[in-house]
Structures are given as structure tokens and as C-alpha cells.
Ligand binder design. Structure first.
Ligand SMILES: Cc1cc2nc3c(=O)[nH]c(=O)nc-3n(C[C@H](O)[C@H](O)[C@H](O)COP(=O)(O)OP(=O)(O)OC[C@H]3O[C@@H](n4cnc5c(N)ncnc54)[C@H](O)[C@@H]3O)c2cc1C
Ligand code: FES
Length: 384
């Protein structure tokens, strides 16, 4: 993803957790719930967001702190944050949320963040009516499963913002019963019959069109891109789903010469199993007399310092959490971007990056959950 000149007014505040109360839980499918959090007036400014952004939720289950990211599924609306959580088979947080989360529960909710937003049209947080849509604008989204959550928020917002916007959605699921926001998608079709089109692809059900049955593979995608979607006219593509599907779409669009800056993508997981060290930091013992990297970091205007044994090969995030438990992170897997900081001095190496855009990397930003020092002293700035 790269940023175009007229970038949106993305929030510059630092992401912080606040306890918010669940005000509604709505079942979307057998395996998905929509959860609404009430945002008290005094915190309103902390929870402004652009369609496509996500929040991290934090809770403790069976004595283990869990943090998970969930995209906001509603168009910007002050006073509440709505997410949709799909049960991941064997998944700790999503299973708990689907089975036990109820109205009145209080969870720590991080202020919204994320770059899966329309880069050339959104102008104001929480003011979708101020979207800058001049002339005809064409958006296409390819979503799978819970990947619909940020997409439905973007679709509703841009369609409502101008009566010249066209939005095509390719939505892949296993079966009709798995389709999240079925009614909302049907409502969009009724409301915008000539401007919104949806192509439901079901991998385990036979639809009338063979194109819309079975898994989206390279051949199916080629037909969709070349003959069903308004590919030549698309201003922005939004891809959200499993790693393989997003990668397939990105490759196919690149092969057709679609410039990367028109393609936004969001991954919910890299498909890699969870890291053994879990999410709250791997325990590392520091021997001050041994060989250590010296890591300095700025966070909320305060400077922290921590030593990191060179043999431990730990991430900057892991080390920083030893001295400041409020260092921001969510996925610890290079996917969400919450742990972003700018390298100010020293050199580093970053392992995985599924969240930063090329221009951010050029400016020196790294994902600290994926980054290790390669020079004896390193300074990073979380406030930059
Ligand atoms: C930016 C972002 C936005 C997201 N938005 C949404 C959203 O809107 N809706 C949504 O539903 N999800 C979303 N997610 C995904 C969400 O954050 C969680 O990853 C998801 O809900 C699973 O969490 P969990 O605790 O239930 O599963 P985990 O307990 O984290 O397990 C995940 C999967 O890994 C398997 N697993 C766990 N440990 C191991 C192991 N050691 N070896 C092998 N397999 C293992 C589990 O069986 C499960 O299938 C988003 C993620 C990101 C990064
Ligand atoms: S914490 Fe998610 S990318 Fe680092």
C-alpha cells in the first residue's frame, strides 16, 4: 500500500486502551457476533475513526491476557464502536466472544487505528458526509469470511457520500449460512441498485453460475477481474481475507498493470501458527555484565531505556515491555501495525511486515514486534 498525495486525516493520537462497556451483542451467523461498545462522551475524541480501521480488544481469560484486533464494521458514528467477531475454530478469544460475551461486560478497547482506509477520498474523521468525491468514483472490494467487516463500513460510507460512487463487492464464504451482514448487503443492493453490485462466491455450495461456486482460484479470479468487475475504471481496490486470497488478488492485479497505490489490503492473520512466546512478551533475563544491545525508546513524551542480551535475539517490543507495560501492541505477528515506531538512531532488521507501507519504511518506521537491533545502540520513537 502506498499513500497518495491527498491522504486522509488519519488520527495522529497514540493508541490507548480504555475500559468500555458492551451495549449490544447481535448474532450475525451461527459463528459470528456483532458487538457494540458504548463510548462515553468524555472519551469521544479518543474513538473517532475512519471506515476500515480497527480496534484492539484486551481481556484476561483463564489467567492469560489476550489482545485481539477487530475491524470496525459500522460507518463512523460518534458514541459507539461496533465490531464483528467470527469464531475461529479452536480460537481462544473469538470462541469466548461468541459463547460468553454479553451486554454489560467491560473490556479494554484500544483507540481505533489502521491504514486500510480510502486513501484519496476520506477527509474527516466521523464526518463521512464530508467525503471528497468528485466525479465518478469506482471501488471494488474482494473479501472473504470475516474480511467483510472493514469492507462493509467502507462500502456504506462511500456509497452514502456521493450519488456517483459505484462499489462492487466480491464476497467469498464457505456456504450461505456463513455470510456475515447478509441483510445489510441486501439493503445496500436495494438502496443503490445501479451503483452497488455484490458477487457472492460460495466454496462449498453450488450456485447457478459456476464462476460463483467453489474456491476462488487463479482462473476464477482472472474471469472476475477481466469480465465481471469494472477493472479498467477502478479508483481503489480493497482486499481483505486470508493471506493466500489477498496475495492471489494482489498478484493478479499487478500482472494487469494496476498500480500498487490503488490497492489496499488488510490481513487478519498470516496463516502462521501463534508464536510460542505468546503475546505478552517472552521472558528474557538480562545480565548487565554480558553483551547487550542498548535500546532507547520515546513513548508519550517519556524516554525509556532497556538492555537486551545480544544472544536473546528478542524484538524491540519484547525488550521495551520489560520496563513499560503500556508499550502499544496487539497481534505481535507483524500484521496489525499497532507497534509501529520510527528508528531515530542505530540500525535494525525487521523480520515480517504485513502492515507498513513502502513509504513508511522509507521514512524509517518499523514494526517493533518484528524488529531487532543490529547496532550496539538503537533509539526508536513511538510518538513519531
Ligand atoms: C487488523 C486486524 C483486524 C481484524 N479484524 C477482525 C474482524 O473484524 N473480525 C474477526 O473475526 N477477526 C478479525 N481479526 C482476527 C482476530 O484478531 C483474531 O486473530 C481472531 O479472532 C482469532 O483469535 P482467537 O483468539 O479466537 O484465536 P487464537 O487463539 O489466536 O488462535 C488462532 C488460530 O490459530 C490456531 N492456533 C492457536 N495456537 C496454535 C498453535 N500453537 N499451533 C497451531 N495452531 C494454533 C487456533 O486453532 C485458531 O484457529 C483481525 C485481525 C487483525 C490483525
Ligand atoms: S503488534 Fe501487530 S504488527 Fe506488531
Amino acid at each position: 500500500m502506498t499513500t497518495e498525495t491527498a491522504a486522509p486525516a488519519a488520527p495522529s493520537r497514540r493508541t490507548t486502551f480504555h475500559p468500555l462497556t458492551v451495549s449490544a451483542v447481535r448474532r450475525l451467523t451461527d459463528d459470528a457476533v456483532e458487538v457494540t461498545f458504548a463510548v462515553p462522551e468524555e472519551l469521544a475524541g479518543q474513538y473517532d475513526y475512519l471506515p476500515g480501521q480497527y480496534v484492539a480488544l484486551r481481556t484476561t481469560l483463564d489467567g492469560q491476557e489476550l489482545r485481539r484486533s477487530y475491524s470496525i464494521c459500522a460507518e463512523p458514528r460518534p458514541g459507539e464502536v461496533k465490531v464483528a467477531i467470527k469464531r475461529d475454530l479452536g480460537g481462544k478469544f473469538s470462541t469466548w466472544a461468541n459463547e460468553s460475551l454479553k451486554v454489560g461486560d467491560v473490556l479494554d478497547v484500544m483507540s481505533p487505528t489502521g491504514a486500510f482506509i480510502s486513501k484519496h477520498k476520506m477527509t474527516e474523521l466521523n464526518h463521512p458526509e464530508q467525503i471528497d468525491v468528485a466525479g465518478q468514483d469506482v471501488f471494488v472490494a474482494v473479501a472473504a469470511g470475516s474480511g467483510i467487516t472493514p469492507v462493509i463500513s467502507i462500502a456504506r460510507t462511500v456509497l452514502a457520500a456521493s450519488d456517483t460512487v459505484r462499489f462492487d463487492l466480491v464476497y467469498a464464504n464457505k456456504a450461505a449460512m456463513d455470510v456475515m451482514f447478509l441483510e445489510e448487503i441486501a439493503d445496500l443492493k436495494d438502496k443503490y441498485p445501479t451503483r452497488f453490485a455484490v458477487h457472492h462466491v460460495l466454496s462449498r455450495e453450488q450456485r447457478i453460475s459456476p464462476l460463483l461456486s467453489g474456491r476462488i482460484n487463479s482462473e476464477k479470479l482472472t474471469t472476475l477481474i477481466d469480465s465481471v468487475l469494472p477493472t479498467a475504471d477502478v479508483d481503489e481496490w480493497f482486499l481483505c481475507g486470508p493471506f493466500e486470497l489477498v496475495q492471489l488478488c494482489r498478484d493478479s492485479l499487478a500482472e494487469r498493470g494496476v498500480p500498487a497505490e490503488k490497492v489496499r489490503f488488510e490481513l487478519f492473520t498470516t496463516g502462521q501458527p501463534a508464536r510460542p512466546e505468546g503475546q505478552i512478551g517472552r521472558p528474557v533475563e538480562v545480565d548487565p555484565s554480558a553483551d547487550n544491545f542498548e535500546i532507547t525508546f520515546n513513548l508519550d513524551g517519556l524516554q525509556g531505556k532497556v538492555a537486551s542480551p545480544t544472544h536473546a535475539r528478542e524484538s524491540i517490543l519484547n525488550a521495551a515491555l520489560r520496563v513499560r507495560p503500556d508499550v502499544p501492541f496487539a497481534c505481535a505477528g507483524g500484521v496489525c501495525g499497532t507497534c509501529r515506531a520510527k528508528v531515530v538512531t542505530g540500525t535494525v532488521e525487521m523480520e515480517e511486515n504485513y502492515a507498513l507501507e513502502p513509504d513508511e519504511i522509507e521514512k524509517g518506521y518499523v514494526l517493533t514486534c518484528q524488529t531487532r537491533p543490529t547496532s550496539p545502540a538503537v533509539t526508536v520513537d513511538y510518538d513519531a
